[in-house]
Write a protein that binds this ligand. Structure first.
Ligand code: SF4
Length: 340
């Protein structure tokens, strides 16, 4: 279980624009173990999607540029592969589920063909074998009348069906790594729950490792074993789901947990939004990037960026409050998603 399939070390990704360089990912490190589900959470623009898409090398270069670090996946250094080599890895060893299936499925190809193409190209299957595997996949993701759906086009399916079809495409080649970028955001609540349930079941059945990118802490609690919290292009806290929900240490994680509703609460609880906005990544601050929004900010926070402090084997957070000489502060009452 603890054998890594993916190791990201000190990854730095920037975008070159006319206005200057946007430092979207600023030294991200984490590991994903075989069979594990890891969630990456944070506000829009925190670098979570850029990190995921860089792992799959899906962001065009230029404008993006990998400024440093490494991505080791299944004994390969992803940053050094040619486009052709990477296409092969993407087709056979990695799969991706996007937020909006309508824009990521090919509207001009039948659902069946979109599944069989990858099987023929990357797995060397004949047309007939690929076709029966495609039917099997559609059945597995809970699509009724799979034989009939093979000939349908994306616009003929409902939103939930399209997302199921995309999961079928992503998993058809039995990838070792599945990245799901906000997979339920575009769906209504009841369908969201079904899709989460489906992904959970399939990840167990197929033994794929999963990275799920989300801003929805409910999805995290339901699916993941470990969580990474990102802010302004950096990892500010990481730990197991229990560590993050029951013993969060970073003020930004506190803010996230206080700003989501809790379904099991019998009391009326007030949600507390995080004030302010993330910093400009054209010119990130020298100190802690959260300092302008943090109620606990001290002089040191504006002067230098804290390194991660290891709290347990699995839990770490980057905050000056964890320094032995820092003043002791009371963690706020986490009325939000803190209780699972
Ligand atoms: Fe707040 Fe300082 Fe910790 Fe940053 S380092 S989160 S500003 S207390």
């Amino acid at each position: 279980m603890n054998e890594p399939i993916l190791e990201v070390s000190d990854l730095k990704v920037s975008f070159r624009t006319y206005a200057g360089e946007v430092q979207a990912v600023r030294g991200v490190s984490f590991q994903l173990n075989k069979g594990e589900v890891l969630a990456i959470v944070g506000e829009s623009g925190c670098g979570k999607s850029v990190t995921a898409q860089t792992i799959m090398r899906l962001i065009p270069t230029p404008p993006s540029v990998i400024k440093g670090g490494s991505i080791r996946f299944n004994n390969k250094e992803i940053t050094r592969l040619t486009d052709k080599e990477m296409e092969k890895v993407r087709g056979s060893e990695m799969g991706m589920i996007f937020q909006d299936p309508m824009t990521s499925l090919n509207p001009t190809m039948s659902v069946g063909r979109q599944i069989t193409e990858g099987l023929i190209k990357h797995q060397g299957m004949g047309r007939r074998a690929a076709s029966s595997r495609a039917v099997e996949m559609l059945k597995l993701v809970g699509i009724s009348n799979p034989e009939g759906r093979m000939n349908q086009y994306p616009h003929e399916l409902s939103g939930g069906m399209r997302q199921r079809a995309m999961i079928a495409i992503a998993l058809a080649c039995n990838p070792k790594l599945l990245i799901a970028d906000e997979p339920t955001t575009a769906l209504d609540v009841t369908i969201q729950a079904q899709i989460i349930e489906l992904m959970k079941k399939l990840s167990e059945q197929m033994d794929s490792s999963i990275i799920i990118i989300t801003h929805d802490l409910g999805v995290v609690a339901d699916m993941a074993q470990r969580v990474i919290v990102m802010y302004a292009g950096k990892v500010v806290e990481q730990g197991t789901v229990d560590e993050l929900y029951y013993d969060p240490r970073h003020p930004y994680t506190w803010g996230l947990l206080r700003s989501v509703p809790r379904l099991d609460s019998s009391r009326e609880e007030e949600l507390v939004p995080i004030p302010g906005t993330p910093p400009d990544l054209f010119a990130p601050p020298a100190g802690c990037a959260f300092a302008d929004r943090c109620a606990y900010a001290m002089e040191a926070c504006f002067a230098a960026d804290p390194e991660p402090t290891r709290l347990t084997r699995t839990h770490s957070a980057a905050c000056w409050l964890l320094h032995p000489d820092a003043p002791k502060v009371e963690r706020p009452v986490l009325t939000g998603g803190a209780a699972r």
